[in-house]
Design a protein around this ligand. Structure first.
Ligand SMILES: Nc1ncnc2c1ncn2[C@@H]1O[C@H](COP(=O)(O)OP(=O)(O)OP(=O)(O)O)[C@@H](O)[C@H]1O
Ligand SMILES: Nc1ccn([C@@H]2O[C@H](COP(=O)(O)O)[C@@H](O)[C@H]2O)c(=O)n1
Ligand SMILES: [Mg+2]
Length: 242
């Protein structure tokens, strides 16, 4: 028997006895139990307890209403991780995954990608993050999105931000965005606006009914709008969920 094994076995037995005074396990059983159960499960609990109640803000609004712009500012000011559903889907297209072509066609048409795909991209991003505060931008875009999130991630948003912007302003912003997006053209924008009215707005109404929506008038400069958003997050940062 190696000295290191004897040492580990007796060390683990002493820890184990402190935790479980009635235990009758022998030295090697102690060691096995200690390293496989107690150390591993305490590491797991650490991860779970951190994730058990992450702070989730859904950020909604029509195309070009300024969701991404404001999320960047909120993330910088309040330490949130910004997860844009659209960006996750665009990355998936670039990664040449099996769904890439279908996602590209769907985005070109301004339609909604099957929820399971989007939610799993969000889930993975949450799981691999060290953070516990997330802005989920552009999600949920439909009832199906919302239900899939509840089922797969098993969480509800703490708050929902809704950037309320007139249609002409949204169209103007999208058409001058100039970031090479395949859906920043007048035909797709018209389709996205239809989807916004038929599928996205009912989600805003759903969360309004639960008292979770903070509606922000999205007209004004980026800084003016951020000054309306800031107090919300300052309040949440001060009330202990930070
Ligand atoms: N308050 C503002 N005033 C003028 N332009 C703005 C304002 N906020 C954002 N923009 C600009 O409008 C364009 C759209 O903004 P942004 O990308 O943040 O919108 P979005 O809601 O994320 O849109 P999408 O749903 O299409 O991703 C960008 O070019 C951005 O720089
Ligand atoms: N929940 C979502 C979010 C986005 N999409 C698709 O991506 C397009 C771009 O999204 P942005 O948030 O970056 O504007 C959007 O028009 C949809 O085609 C989605 O399917 N589901
Ligand atoms: Mg965006």
């Amino acid at each position: 028997m190696r000295w290191s094994s004897i040492f580990l076995s007796s060390l683990s037995r002493s820890f184990h006895r402190r935790l479980h005074p009635q235990s009758t396990l022998n030295g090697f059983e102690f060691a096995q139990h200690f390293f496989t159960t107690e150390i591993l499960s305490s590491a797991k609990e650490g991860v779970l307890s951190k994730r058990m109640s992450p702070f989730i803000a859904f950020v909604l609004g029509g195309p070009g209403s300024g969701k991404g712009t404001q999320c960047t500012k909120i993330a910088d000011a309040f330490g949130f991780t910004h997860l844009s559903a659209g960006d996750l889907l665009r990355k998936e297209i670039l990664s040449n995954g099996e769904n890439g072509a279908m996602i590209l066609d769907t985005i070109k048409e301004g339609k909604i990608v099957p929820s399971e795909i989007t939610v799993n991209l969000i889930r993975r991003a949450i799981e691999t993050s060290e953070n516990h505060k997330f802005l989920i931008d552009g999600f949920p875009r439909s009832d199906e999105n919302r239900i899939a999130f509840e089922r797969i991630v098993g969480a509800e948003p703490d708050i929902v931000l809704f950037f309320d912007c007139p249609e002409e302003e949204m169209v103007k912003r999208v058409l001058s965005r100039n970031q090479g997006r395949i859906d920043d053209n007048i035909e797709t924008v018209k389709k996205r606006l239809k989807v916004f009215h038929t599928l996205n707005l009912p989600i805003v109404n759903y969360y309004s009914g639960k008292g979770k929506v903070h509606k922000i008038n999205a007209v004004g400069t980026v800084d003016e709008i951020f000054e309306k958003v800031r107090p919300l997050f300052a309040a949440f940062s001060n009330n202990g969920k930070d």
